[in-house]
Design a protein around this ligand. Structure first.
Ligand SMILES: [Mg+2]
Length: 116
């Protein structure tokens, strides 16, 4: 089923890549943010079905932003995206209640987690 997705990443190249992946899979991009603070604001405004969240960003990092979004809305679905297979984040991703952790460059893995 098509999902309304908010993309959060400080890299415009990465945002474009994710837009392409999701649009080709039939999902709708309802907004994009390039910082954690902006993500929190846009989440409240747009109430998306799902958020993809970069970890490393200037200012508030993605894990902190994800935690704040989920604390404010316990039905929020946030998928954390990392650059590498950063297993070191797995425990924290689970602890904050995000739906999972995927490699940014693994479109199949991302779409599988989004679709679940
Ligand atoms: Mg980044």
């Amino acid at each position: 089923m098509a999902k309304n997705i908010l993309i959060v990443d400080d890299s415009s190249i990465m945002r474009k890549m994710l837009v392409k992946i999701f649009e080709e899979a039939g999902h709708n991009i309802v907004g994009m943010a390039s910082s954690g603070a902006e993500a929190i604001e846009l989440y409240k405004e747009l109430n998306p079905d799902l958020v993809t969240m970069d970890i490393t960003m200037r200012g508030m990092d993605g894990l902190t932003a994800a935690r704040e979004i989920i604390e404010a809305d316990n039905s929020a679905r946030v998928l954390i995206l990392s650059n590498l297979d950063e297993d070191k984040y797995k425990d924290e991703v689970q602890r904050i209640g995000a739906i999972g952790l995927a490699n940014k460059h693994n479109a199949d893995q991302i779409l599988k987690l989004v679709g679940e």
